[in-house]
Design a protein around this ligand. Structure first.
Ligand SMILES: Cc1ncc(COP(=O)(O)O)c(C=O)c1O
Length: 381
């Protein structure tokens, strides 16, 4: 079975984890810092805080901004639940702005339509690895005095139009990555928040660890070396050293992962060009995506088959597919809690009706890629 995504683990990854298991520290040891420094080196950000998963990272990133109870934040409907749930955890009302029909990313023009007196935050999501139009988004943020958190769960290794790397926070206050196994690099479960702001960095460190600090500069008193203070209500969102060692080892392969993902995408795009019922994704030429997903649009009505039928028939041929994403405001919780209804986000909803993600991961062999192309073309012929 060729799944839609899969981790790539080699002997060096296994050795890295086993070495930690044989060491003194399974958590809060040297690898966590080493991994965080490596993310800073790769992205160009000043600070990095690793966390237990990206949902936790988004939770504390919003919390660190201290937006208050009546704030609203804007994100895209075409995302995983975590991009907006993180606002709900923090009593920030999630508002959605429709997507661009070509990039499937949040449309900056739509963002401006949803800004009110209460809007305090933007959470653009680099869907499938494709960077959002961050220059425009950061200009909107400056104009209305908004904070920005980039949800880069899909986008480690991707580059903005200016060539710099997603995660450097030149357009945002913080950026959040996910290292779930289907993502570009993995730590099993895991995530990281990058920032260039020292105060936010200190706050994130605290919130990751029960709201506590041992930092002498931050303590209100210092009776001895055992002493710590809880200065905010935080969580246990720490990453283990096994995970961090795996993450560090995975980062050493990031260039290879990106190259291989882009090779597969180029091959797919060439093979699927001009197909009748299937539209390949578009990458604007200024940016460079690390392509977490290969999201195609299929005209199921014209094809005369439902998406479930297509998924089942491809599965019968050994090809796994997935759907990204059910628009978040159409979920029952969002409808009941915030009053969203079907039809509020027509571009994202139409996109969703036609979406299917085909297999894409660096461990696919050339034969796997050719097989997916052959079977997909045969199917649509
Ligand atoms: C866009 C996006 N944001 C956030 C997350 C949450 O990531 P995690 O599973 O690491 O909590 C995901 C996970 O799929 C995602 O796709």
């Amino acid at each position: 079975m060729i799944g839609y995504g899969h981790q790539y683990i080699d002997e060096s990854d296994i050795k890295a984890v086993v070495d930690v298991l044989k060491s003194d520290y399974l958590t809060q040891g040297p690898f966590v810092t080493k991994f965080e420094q490596e993310i800073c080196r790769i992205t160009g950000a000043k600070y990095c805080v690793s966390v237990s998963n990206a949902t936790a990272g988004l939770h504390i990133a919003v919390a660190a901004l201290e937006l208050g109870d009546n704030a609203e934040g804007i994100t895209t409907p075409n995302t995983f639940l975590a991009s907006s749930n993180c606002m709900v955890y923090n009593h920030v009302k999630p508002v959605f702005a429709d997507i661009n029909p070509v990039t499937y990313n949040i449309d900056p023009i739509e963002i401006e339509k949803h800004i009110t007196d209460k809007t305090k935050l933007l959470i653009p999501v680099h869907f499938a690895g494709l960077p959002c139009e961050m220059e425009k988004i950061s200009a909107i943020a400056k104009k209305y005095n908004l904070r920005v958190i980039e949800d880069a769960a899909h986008a480690i290794g991707s580059q903005y139009a200016d060539g710099s790397y997603v995660g450097n926070c030149k357009y945002s206050d913080m950026t959040v990555f996910s290292f779930h196994p289907v993502k570009t690099i993995t730590t099993g479960e895991g995530g990281a928040v990058t920032t260039n702001d020292e105060k936010l960095y200190q706050k994130l460190l605290m919130l990751r660890s029960h709201g506590t600090t041992k930092d002498e500069k931050l303590l209100t008193k210092n009776p001895g070396p055992w002493y710590y203070e809880m200065q905010a209500l935080g969580f246990n969102y720490r990453m283990t050293d096994m995970q961090a060692a795996l993450g560090y080892s995975q980062l050493q392969k990031l260039d290879f992962f990106k190259k291989r993902r882009r090779e597969i995408v180029a091959k797919y795009n060439k093979a699927f060009a001009g197909m009748k019922y299937l539209r390949a994704p578009t990458e604007p030429k200024e940016v460079s995506s690390c392509f977490h997903l290969y999201a195609v649009q299929i005209d199921f009505n014209a094809l005369g088959k439902s998406r479930s039928q297509v998924m089942q028939e491809l599965r019968d041929q050994g090809i796994g597919t997935q759907v990204h994403y059910i628009p978040v405001p159409t979920q029952p919780f969002y409808k009941e809690t915030f009053g969203y209804k079907d039809g509020d986000y027509p571009v994202a909803e139409k996109y969703y009706e036609q979406e299917l993600s085909l297999p894409l991961y660096p461990g696919m062999s050339d034969e796997d890629v050719d097989y997916v192309i052959f079977k997909t073309k045969e199917f649509f012929a």
